[in-house]
Design a protein around this ligand. Structure first.
Ligand SMILES: Cc1cc2nc3c(=O)[nH]c(=O)nc-3n(C[C@H](O)[C@H](O)[C@H](O)COP(=O)(O)OP(=O)(O)OC[C@H]3O[C@@H](n4cnc5c(N)ncnc54)[C@H](O)[C@@H]3O)c2cc1C
Length: 368
């Protein structure tokens, strides 16, 4: 029987393993470095001191027939069709799904790894939570969705904190005019100071140094400028782009190794027009489902249909009581329409719960 091995039990890998175990005529093994599912999209909430409910992967997989291996993947040998593990014996696969996700980019600016906090991983977010509790001035670097959500969550949950957000471009530049205006109003209401078009050259224990030499003081720095991906695809000789994301075709199959598929943040999945999908559950979940469809089609001797993706919206939480839903065109460019305030916060909460529901019921619709 074909053995499908899935690496990474985040949003996309867990759905792929769960669905493949239900739909494919194959043995399925899911490998992850912890036995819990991390709700990564809520890690800014964890950092702000909220409790997150833990989900066991064994529970999510119950009844599917998939096996779970809790171990750290240390290498991939596509020639031998094996995966190296830190503790266990190498695993042999017939088909591999690479879904190792991403982590905070700690290397691109000096001092980040030593001094900054992040919300990209559960342990990092928990460390930040402890620092936040001690109060002071927080500088959040990065004006993307993660920076916006982190800054607003911290400011709302800890009104005693002074929060500043530094961003290289203009805050909300990828939103519509209405979206941008609303975002700035929300930041104002929460007392968050914004510094646009500001380049951070280094991070120190006492704040950040800007490209022009100015020192911006902070008791702690939260670094949210982007994610980087694990090196394992590159090290294994699989085709990757300069960022290390696996290059895949329109069925998420590696362009260099046809028995390997790549999904989620760790793969550069593209729309039909060539645009690379952004790192998000909103893109990872439908790609995971489509990958399983492609694999089951090929196992049955059929040619799979290409993956077609259209964006619908960008859902941004601004704390627990406010939000901004930016409706977008299929290519992610903003429409003028936005939903704001408490309804938007509720809308976002429903989407986040939906992304978790899909982990248990991997066939549910995921175009959100
Ligand atoms: C604070 C925050 C808020 C976000 N908000 C949103 C949002 O609102 N909407 C949205 O669409 N996206 C959001 N994102 C992005 C979203 O979380 C990611 O795009 C998504 O988690 C990617 O899913 P994935 O399956 O590729 O990887 P991940 O969810 O990162 O999962 C990867 C898995 O692989 C495991 N792993 C990694 N390396 C190894 C190894 N060597 N061996 C074994 N296991 C390993 C990890 O432990 C993890 O379980 C947010 C991210 C953050 C940090």
């Amino acid at each position: 029987m074909t053995h499908i091995v899935v690496l990474g039990a985040g949003y996309s890998g867990q759905v792929a393993a769960n669905l493949a175990a239900r739909r494919a005529d194959a043995k399925v093994t899911l490998v992850n470095d912890r036995d819990r599912f991390v709700e990564r999209v809520r890690l800014h909430q964890l950092a702000a001191g909220q409790e997150l409910r833990e989900r066991s992967l064994a529970d999510l997989l119950r009844g599917t027939g998939a096996s779970l291996v809790v171990d750290r993947v240390t290498g991939i040998d596509p020639g031998a069709h094996t995966v190296e593990l830190a503790a266990g014996e190498p695993l042999h696969y017939d088909t591999l799904i690479y879904a190792l996700g991403s982590r905070a980019d700690l290397e691109s600016v000096p001092g980040v790894a030593e001094h900054a906090f992040t919300v990209a991983g559960a342990e990092h977010a928990a460390r930040l939570r402890e620092r936040v509790a001690a109060g002071g001035t927080a500088v959040v670097v990065g004006g993307g969705l993660t920076g916006i959500e982190a800054a607003t969550e911290l400011a709302e949950s800890h009104p005693e904190l002074k929060v500043r957000l530094l961003t290289g471009d203009v805050l909300g530049s990828r939103l519509s005019e209405r979206g941008r205006r609303y975002l700035r109003r929300s930041f104002g209401r929460l007392g968050i100071e914004i510094r646009d078009e500001t380049r951070v050259a280094s991070v120190r224990a006492d704040g950040v140094l800007l490209a022009g030499g100015e020192h911006v003081a902070a008791d702690f720095v939260v670094w949210t400028t982007g994610f980087t991906v694990p090196p394992l695809a590159r090290e294994g000789g699989l085709a990757v782009d300069p960022a290390g994301r696996m290059i895949v075709d329109d069925t998420m199959r590696s362009v260099s190794h046809p028995d390997v598929y790549g999904i989620g943040d760790a793969a550069a999945v593209r729309r039909a027009d060539g645009q690379e999908l952004r790192m998000a559950c909103a893109t990872g979940l439908p790609a995971a489902q489509a990958t399983v469809r492609a694999i089951t089609a090929r196992l049955a001797g059929r040619e799979p249909t290409p993956f077609r993706f259209r964006y619908v919206n960008q859902c941004i939480s601004l704390g627990r009581r406010d939000g901004l839903i930016q409706f977008v065109r299929g290519d992610d460019s903003p429409r003028e329409a936005v939903l704001t305030g408490r309804f938007a916060a509720l809308y976002k909460e429903i989407i986040v719960r939906g992304a978790l529901q899909v982990q248990r019921h991997p066939g549910l619709p995921t175009s959100f």
